[in-house]
Design a protein around this ligand. Structure first.
Ligand code: AN7
Length: 401
C-alpha cells in the first residue's frame, strides 16, 4: 500500500489520514508507492486510452474516480517556431485541451476522488484562477460544495466565469494569492473542508501523468521538460512521476527539468541563478500572466531539487516576451494558450538565444491553459474587428485597405 512521506524528514503517515503537512517538521508530504512490490504490465497501459487513468496503478485512488475524461492531451511538434529557433525537436503538450481548459483537471480528478474516499463532504482552494475553475467543475461532478478564494481583481475573466457557473462559493479577497492560500489553509484546518491546493499530496499525483503521457507519446524520454512555474507544484509533480518510471525501469534517465517564471514573479528562477539553498519570497509579485502571479511558491523546495538533480535550469521572461510567444503560438502554430502557458516556450526562446540549449535536444514544453481563459488580455493585444455596412462594395474596400 502507498503511504504519505514527508519530503524533508521522511516521517511517514498512513494514506487515509487527512493531513497536508508533516506534524514533526511542517514540510509537505508526498505519496510513496512500494515500487519494488507493484507489478505493472506496461502493455496493459498501452491498451488503455491515453488519459490520467491509464496509469491508475501509480495513483492513490482505489474505487471509481470522479472523472470528466481528463488527460490524453495532444503533443504538437512546433515546426515553425522550432525552425525560427533552430530547434528541430521542439514540442508543446497542450494542457488547455483538458475538460476545464487547464492541467489542473489532472490533479482534481484524483484530488476530488480522494476527498470522497476520505469521507470529506466539502472542498476548498485558493487560486489565481485555473485551480478554482477546475475544482468548481469536479466538485459539481462529485455533487459536493466548493469554496474558492481569489485575489480580487487579478483573476482572468474566463476562470471566474467557470468557477461561478459551476456553482462554487466564490470569494474575492483584498490581497494576493499567497495570502489567499494562507487563509484557505487555516479555514480547512479549522472547519474541516478538504484543501485541494498543491499542498495536497494526492492532487499532485494526478498532475504527474503529464510526464507519463509525454513519454508514451514520444515513445521515449525527452531530453528536456519545460514548465511555467507559479506555486511550483506541477514541475515537482512531473519530476516525481518520471522518477517513478525510472525506478520501475521504464525509462533510463530523467529529462532536464526546466522552470520558467515571469520576471516580476520569479523567486524560483532567482534561487537557481544565485545558487541559493531556498527561495526568497517575492512580496509583490506582478505579471500579465496572472496564473503565475505567485510570490511564495509552497512547492519551491521540491522544484529546486527537481531542477538541480536533473541538470536542468530556470529562467525568467518578460511580460512582452510572454505575449509575443502567445501570438506566435496562435499564429504560426495554430495553438491557442493563455499567457502563463506561453511562458514555457518563451523561456526556451530565451535560453536558446543565450546558447543554453543544444539543437539536438528533444524538448517538451507544457502549455498549461487555454487561450479562452483570458479573453481580455487577448483583445487588448489585437486590432479590433472592422465594422462595415452590409454591402459587398464595403467588404471589398475593407479588405483592400
Ligand atoms: C495556466 O490556479 O496556481 O507551478 O491557483 O494556471 O504548479 O503552480 C495556477 C497555476 C502554470 C503554474 N500555468 O503551475 C492556480 C494556480 C497555468 C496555471 C501554472 C498555473 P504551478
Amino acid at each position: 500500500m502507498h503511504r504519505l512521506v514527508c519530503v524533508h524528514c521522511a516521517a511517514e503517515y498512513p494514506a487515509d489520514q487527512v493531513i497536508y503537512t508533516c506534524s514533526r517538521c511542517g514540510h509537505l508530504l508526498a505519496v510513496e508507492y512500494p515500487l519494488d512490490e507493484v507489478s505493472i504490465d506496461r502493455s496493459l497501459w498501452h491498451r488503455r486510452p491515453l488519459s490520467v487513468w491509464r496509469y491508475r496503478e501509480l495513483l492513490p485512488v482505489s474505487g471509481q474516480p470522479v472523472t470528466l475524461q481528463e488527460g490524453g492531451t495532444p503533443l504538437y511538434r512546433l515546426e515553425r517556431i522550432g525552425a525560427d529557433l533552430g530547434l528541430p525537436h521542439l514540442y508543446a503538450k497542450h494542457e488547455g485541451m483538458n475538460p476545464s481548459g487547464s492541467f489542473k483537471d489532472r490533479g482534481m480528478t484524483v484530488g476530488v476522488s480522494m476527498a470522497l474516499e476520505l469521507g470529506m463532504t466539502s472542498v476548498a482552494c485558493a487560486s489565481t484562477g485555473n485551480t478554482s475553475a477546475s475544482l468548481a467543475q469536479y466538485a459539481a461532478r462529485a455533487g459536493i460544495p466548493a469554496v474558492v478564494l481569489l485575489p480580487a481583481g487579478k483573476v482572468a475573466l474566463g476562470k471566474v466565469a467557470q468557477a461561478l457557473m459551476h456553482g462554487a462559493r466564490v470569494i474575492s479577497i483584498r490581497g494576493n494569492f499567497d495570502r489567499a492560500l494562507e487563509m484557505v489553509h487555516e479555514l480547512c484546518l479549522s472547519k474541516g473542508l478538504y484543501l485541494l491546493n498543491s499542498v495536497n499530496p494526492f492532487r499532485l499525483e494526478g498532475q504527474k501523468t503529464i510526464g507519463f503521457e509525454a513519454v508514451d507519446q514520444l515513445e521515449g524520454v525527452p531530453d528536456r521538460f519545460v514548465l511555467p512555474v507559479g506555486n511550483a507544484g506541477n514541475i515537482s509533480a512531473v519530476h516525481k512521476g518520471l522518477n517513478e518510471l525510472l525506478a520501475l525501469g521504464f525509462i533510463d534517465r530523467l529529462p532536464m527539468m526546466t522552470g520558467v517564471q515571469a520576471e516580476g514573479s520569479a523567486p524560483v528562477a532567482r534561487a537557481i541563478a544565485e545558487g541559493l539553498p531556498e527561495v526568497v519570497p517575492e512580496l509583490r509579485p506582478e505579471t500579465v500572466a496572472t496564473a503565475i502571479r505567485i510570490g511564495a511558491p509552497v512547492n519551491a523546495e521540491k522544484a529546486l531539487t527537481a531542477i538541480r538533480q536533473t541538470g536542468g535550469t530556470a529562467t525568467t521572461v518578460t511580460d512582452a516576451e510572454i505575449l509575443a510567444m502567445q501570438r506566435d503560438l496562435a499564429r504560426k502554430e495554430g495553438i491557442g494558450v493563455e499567457p502563463a502557458s506561453a511562458a514555457s516556450v518563451a523561456g526556451i526562446r530565451r535560453l536558446s538565444e543565450e546558447g543554453a540549449i543544444d539543437r539536438d535536444e528533444r524538448i517538451v514544453c507544457v502549455v498549461t491553459g487555454h487561450l479562452l481563459k483570458d479573453p481580455e488580455t487577448v483583445i487588448g493585444q489585437c486590432e479590433p474587428p472592422i465594422e462595415i455596412d452590409a454591402a459587398i462594395s464595403s467588404l471589398l474596400s475593407a479588405l483592400s485597405s
